[in-house]
Design a protein around this ligand. Structure first.
Ligand code: HEM
Length: 128
């Protein structure tokens, strides 16, 4: 990317605040909260480490926790298309609530995450 990695444009501090805002929304979301542990501190720490590398910063997740194997790690959780949309919705809301992140950068990050989120879907849509 000619404008440099998203990680450098967003910055470590803004990314950490974004992750906190994201999990506050996840914890309040009726479709997502039941999947997560009550204490989200370690989850948030891992996500921050992962996103740092994912956005072109240092590979902190790999260094601390090894290969992310994201799809395999999500298999214990029933992730429907609706839950993937909800996850992305929480991220979008967290980005919109982060004035320190440029709108173009936020949109680029959201698009990159949307491409990953579809691969986490492991459970069909619930049929009425
Ligand atoms: C962990 C849900 C998408 C990255 C988790 C956990 C849940 C979850 C329930 C376990 C939390 C814990 O026990 O600490 C979901 C749902 C998604 C989604 C419902 C909807 C599509 C994503 C995406 C990414 C991601 C798109 C990356 C871009 C991670 C990471 C962890 C994690 C890095 C921590 C893995 C570890 O334990 O080391 N997710 N996730 N997730 N998720 Fe997701």
């Amino acid at each position: 990317n000619p404008r440099g990695p998203l990680y450098e444009r967003i910055g470590a501090d803004a990314l950490a605040r974004l992750v906190d805002r994201f999990y506050a929304r996840v914890a309040a979301h009726p479709e997502l909260a039941p999947l997560f542990p009550a204490d989200l501190a370690l989850t948030a720490e891992k996500q921050l480490a992962f996103l740092t590398g994912f956005l072109g910063g240092p590979p902190l997740y790999h260094e601390r926790f090894g290969n992310p194997r994201l799809r395999a790690r999500h298999l214990p959780f029933p992730i429907t298309p609706a839950r993937a949309q909800a996850w992305l919705g929480c991220m979008e809301a967290a980005l919109r609530a982060s004035p320190e992140i440029d709108v173009a950068d936020a949109n680029e990050m959201l698009a990159a995450l949307a491409r990953v989120a579809v691969h986490m879907v492991n459970t069909p849509a619930e049929t009425p």
